[in-house]
Ligand binder design. Structure first.
Ligand SMILES: Nc1ncnc2c1ncn2[C@@H]1O[C@H](COP(=O)(O)OP(=O)(O)O)[C@@H](O)[C@H]1O
Ligand SMILES: [Mg+2]
Length: 394
């Protein structure tokens, strides 16, 4: 039996997975055009899952592409020299891994090239890829760099210069042919001179949260496999309470299908959801820990967040405002239909109010008791209970 997973990337062999077909097709199309692509979104929104699915689809459809996947997460404070040395070893392992996976062996010359080579700066990186192209032709290298924001700050600028050089090279098949960088920050937030970037703003992918249809698709996979159904109201409320945030959706689904031991013959109904929801409002999990850590990062966040949650004030969603931009980057706020800032989902709203509770005193009650028509504040009470009556009437 497959499971709902919350600890990292998900795969359809082991987990229930939203396919994101339209976005995948778009991404693959850009790879084939040799574009340099940016995928950015807050933590735990499915970035790694997404590009891995894309590489897998590409491998099946078009074996002429040669994927290399890197991860820069642990390099933040590393000197450039050590960074390039490590990247080189990783690239070598990746290449060997792809050959192995395909049941092929490396030619002696390629093996020697990889064993004897080295990389210590962006120029040796250029030399390396230039030569690698000769070994792998006619295959096209697709390089994906996950956690790109973890790159040492001192190396970013030269690294991007090198990629730009490849992008503008006259070679018929540049190597890498297409590059994807994946991270929490979008390209404009990385601290470097933008004019050197080969990544165009129009090739930025902001991976969205799940729509109601996608949550239905996800839970439907479980129902098809196990036979246990969800009350449609539960699915609608689960979507609304999580705002479709992929981790939160999976966490609730995990509680409802595993942790709570609801007999499989029973429909998963509103009282079950209320219990799971109550637990989510209280438990510590990695997603909520990120949220509470992020909102405490800068004392100015609190004031802004209190303005956003207040009934008397509203804050226009303006990403030129550094504080708002940072809160949006962390996935704490989103743009409402009226162009104003909104807390990303009701669960975060509750946890934000809890975090700053000593300072807002009894105000919290007021937040919950007023019906703004915005869709959620009215069915949460300060104690985190759901008022079952009128739950779905907006
Ligand atoms: N396509 C998907 N279908 C279902 N759940 C997903 C999907 N993508 C992400 N998730 C959920 O989000 C969590 C984090 O996914 P991951 O790909 O590691 O995100 P990121 O790389 O953005 O941190 C997963 O453990 C899962 O709960
Ligand atoms: Mg990831």
């Amino acid at each position: 039996m497959r499971t709902f997973e919350t600890r990292g990337p998900v795969t359809p062999e082991k987990n229930y997975v939203v396919r994101r077909q339209a976005e995948l097709a778009d991404f693959i199309c850009r790879v084939k055009e040799g574009r340099y692509i940016v995928i950015f979104a807050p933590r735990q929104t499915g970035k790694t899952t997404f590009f891995r699915a894309a590489l897998q689809t590409l491998a099946v459809e078009e074996p002429t592409y040669f994927p290399i996947e890197l991860n820069f997460q642990v390099y933040k404070n590393v000197a450039p020299n050590a960074f390039y040395g490590r990247v080189y070893r990783k690239i070598r392992q990746e290449i060997e891994g792809v050959f192995h996976q395909r049941g092929q062996t490396l030619s002696d010359t390629l093996n020697q090239f990889l064993r004897n080579g080295s990389m210590h700066d962006h120029l040796s990186l250029l030399d390396f890829f230039e030569q690698l192209a000769g070994f792998l032709a006619p295959q096209r290298v697709v390089l994906i760099i996950d956690e790109f924001d973890g790159m040492p700050a001192t190396a970013v600028s030269d690294f991007l210069y090198a990629l730009r050089d490849i992008y503008h090279s006259k070679a018929t098949t540049p190597c890498p042919y297409s590059i994807g960088i994946v991270g929490v920050k979008n390209i404009t937030q990385l601290n470097y001179d933008r004019s050197i970037s080969p990544f165009n703003v129009q090739d930025e992918f902001a991976l969205p949260n799940f729509t109601l249809e996608q949550v239905q698709e996800l839970l439907g996979q479980y129902t098809d496999e196990v036979g246990q159904t969800f009350d449609p109201d539960v699915i609608a409320l689960l979507h609304r309470q999580t705002g479709g945030q992929p981790f939160l959706v999976n966490r609730l689904a995990q509680m409802l299908t595993e942790d709570m031991d609801i007999p499989k013959a029973e429909t998963i109904a509103m009282p079950h959801f209320a219990a799971a929801h109550r637990q989510l409002l209280e438990e510590r999990n990695v997603n909520i820990t990120h949220l509470t850590t992020n909102i405490r990062r800068d004392p100015r966040f609190q004031r802004r967040l209190m303005q956003i949650t207040s009934y008397d004030e509203s804050v226009s969603f303006n990403l030129d405002d550094d504080i708002l931009s940072e809160l949006a980057t962390y996935g704490v706020i989103a743009k409402g239909t009226d162009g104003m800032c909104e807390i990303a989902n009701p669960i975060y709203l509750y946890r934000i109010l809890q975090t700053f509770q000593p300072l807002i005193n009894g105000l919290e009650e007021e937040y919950y008791s007023q019906d703004t028509g915005s869709g959620y504040r009215d069915y949460l009470t300060p104690a985190g209970q759901i008022r079952m009556a009128g739950l779905l009437d907006n």
